[in-house]
Design a protein around this ligand. Structure first.
Ligand code: UD1
Ligand code: CA
Length: 462
């Protein structure tokens, strides 16, 4: 089998992004453009992958979680795509075929690249092209009368007739490495931009009797680059649409495929239902029959089978057991663990705490740094006072305890098994199992009492 290496060009600044951040670090689907490309490159199984970087320097490498899968070569001055490829080739080991990808063309798929790789050889260069309704800004594919590709002409160097050509160069090409090395070393910069154009190797290849085979991308969106925020936004929509379609194919119900954003990985069981305007980030796993209500955001969470999240919930770093019900309007923060059958209702915040099986925390409550056992009821307005201004302390609520409404549990404190806390209590000492504890001030009813009257106002007739 022919051996392969991949070059990814990522040295450009991306002026049109109007940003301090290097272009290839802007995101689509929650991940930098360049990480998408590196994943795709790796999936092709090359002997070697080399990223040419420049603008942004080491920050580019540091921001790519998959940076290790490539070697990194600096192009100190951006003298053109041909010059960039030459920098990579200077450090690369010999292989049969080299594929050139772009750090700012993030959504290219391996399936689209494989035919190019298969086609390239000693007598053949493969070029990925696209037919665009508006080819403005792109290099055009010039063919002879027999329809053979003869060269690529950059828009700025093209004449009026060439500018009318709608088949454009995506920049992506596969070529025999040894020949590519000779060609890029022979490039000149006699063009409007005074740059070393990689595209000029097409004419060189044809001149040496090689065939340049153009593969026209079936979906122009896939080969679209990100040059400005508008294109970034368009690609984001395209990417989200592609993911939504894949979810539908996997049997997930999406009430509106255009109103789900997945910025990470979403794993789903059978018969999952996701309502509108849901944002998924990081690693999210939804078991069988899980239902997510409208307007929820989920980041790095696991929901076991049958769990249901009602509308307007914010879940992060949480583990949710089977048949749990959450929301509406609940916030689960990192370290929240809800056991099977637990219930968390509206305006409840849970942080670094476990809620045992069948326990209920239904209304207006803060639970932090707490362990709640099984079958516990936490009344409305309960607050675990976990922070003394300097340190965090733990609250433990044992099985079947009943916490009345509006209770402050001042940690560290332990509520024993089956204990009952009267409404309105402030509890700062441990409560033994089975006891009733309340700190309520005795109620006084005053008969001879009159409401104050606003000064200067005539008292109303009796
Ligand atoms: C290039 C192609 C053009 C094609 C278009 C597709 C050339 C000469 N032209 O034009 O035919 O239609 O892409 O989008 O190749 N880069 C470097 N170092 C450099 C210059 C560029 O790493 O010195 C990188 C950029 O970061 C970018 C990519 O190469 O990722 C393309 O560079 P860019 O300047 O955007 O090329 P275009 O002028 O768009
Ligand atoms: Ca350019």
């Amino acid at each position: 089998m022919a051996t392969l290496s991949v070059i990814v060009l990522a040295a450009g600044k991306g002026k049109r992004m109007v940003s301090e951040r290097p272009k290839v670090l802007h995101c689509v689907g929650g991940r930098p453009l360049l990480t998408h490309v590196l994943d795709t490159a790796r999936s092709l199984g090359p002997n070697e992958c080399v990223v040419v970087f420049g603008h942004g320097g080491e920050t580019v490498r540091a921001a790519c979680e998959n940076a290790e899968s490539a070697a990194w070569v600096v192009q100190a001055e951006q003298l053109g795509t041909g010059h960039a490829v030459a920098q990579a080739l200077a450090v690369m080991a010999p292989v049969d075929t080299t594929l050139v990808l772009y750090g700012d063309v993030p959504l290219i798929r391996a399936e689209t690249l494989q035919p190019l790789i298969a086609s390239a050889g000693q007598d053949r260069v493969a070029l990925l092209t696209a037919e665009l309704p508006d080819p403005t800004g792109y290099g055009r594919i010039v063919r002879d009368t027999l329809g053979q590709v003869v060269r690529v002409v950059e828009e700025r160097d093209a004449d009026a007739e060439q500018r009318r050509i709608r088949e454009v160069n995506t920049g992506i090409l596969a070529a025999p490495l040894d020949r590519l090395r000779l060609w890029v070393n022979a490039l000149g910069n006699h063009n409007v931009q005074r740059e070393y154009y990689l595209t000029d190797v097409v004419e060189m290849a044809v001149g040496e009797g090689l065939t340049v085979e153009a593969f026209c991308a079936s979906d122009p969106d896939e080969v679209q680059g990100v040059n400005d925020r508008r294109q970034q936004a368009q690609l984001e929509r395209y990417f989200q649409r592609r993911q939504a379609m894949a979810l539908l194919e996997r049997g997930v119900t999406l009430l509106d495929p255009d109103r789900l954003d997945v910025r990470g990985t979403l794993t789903t069981g059978r018969d999952v239902v996701i309502d509108v305007d849901v944002v998924i980030e990081g690693d999210v796993r939804l078991g069988n029959g899980v239902r997510i209500g409208p307007f929820c955001s989920l980041r790095d969470v696991v929901l076991e089978d049958g769990a249901e999240v009602l509308s307007h919930c914010c879940l992060e770093g949480a583990h949710i057991g089977r048949d749990v019900q959450i929301g509406p309007f609940a916030r689960l923060r990192p370290g929240a663990r809800l056991a099977d059958g637990a219930k968390v209702g509206n305006f409840v915040e849970i942080k670094q705490a476990s809620v045992g099986p069948q326990s209920k925390v239904n209304h207006l409550t803060y639970i932090g740094d707490t362990e709640i056992g099984a079958g516990v009821n936490v009344g409305a307005g309960t607050i675990t006072c976990n922070y003394d201004g300097a340190n965090k302390h733990k609250t433990i609520i044992e099985d079947r305890a009943f916490i009345g409404s509006n209770v402050a549990l001042v940690a560290p404190v332990r509520i024993g098994e089956g204990a009952t806390i009267g409404a309105g209590s402030t509890i700062n000492r441990d409560v033994p199992a089975g006891h009733l504890s309340l700190t309520r001030a005795p109620q006084k009813n005053h008969r001879d009492w009159q409401r104050p009257v606003k000064q200067g106002k005539k008292s109303s007739p009796a």
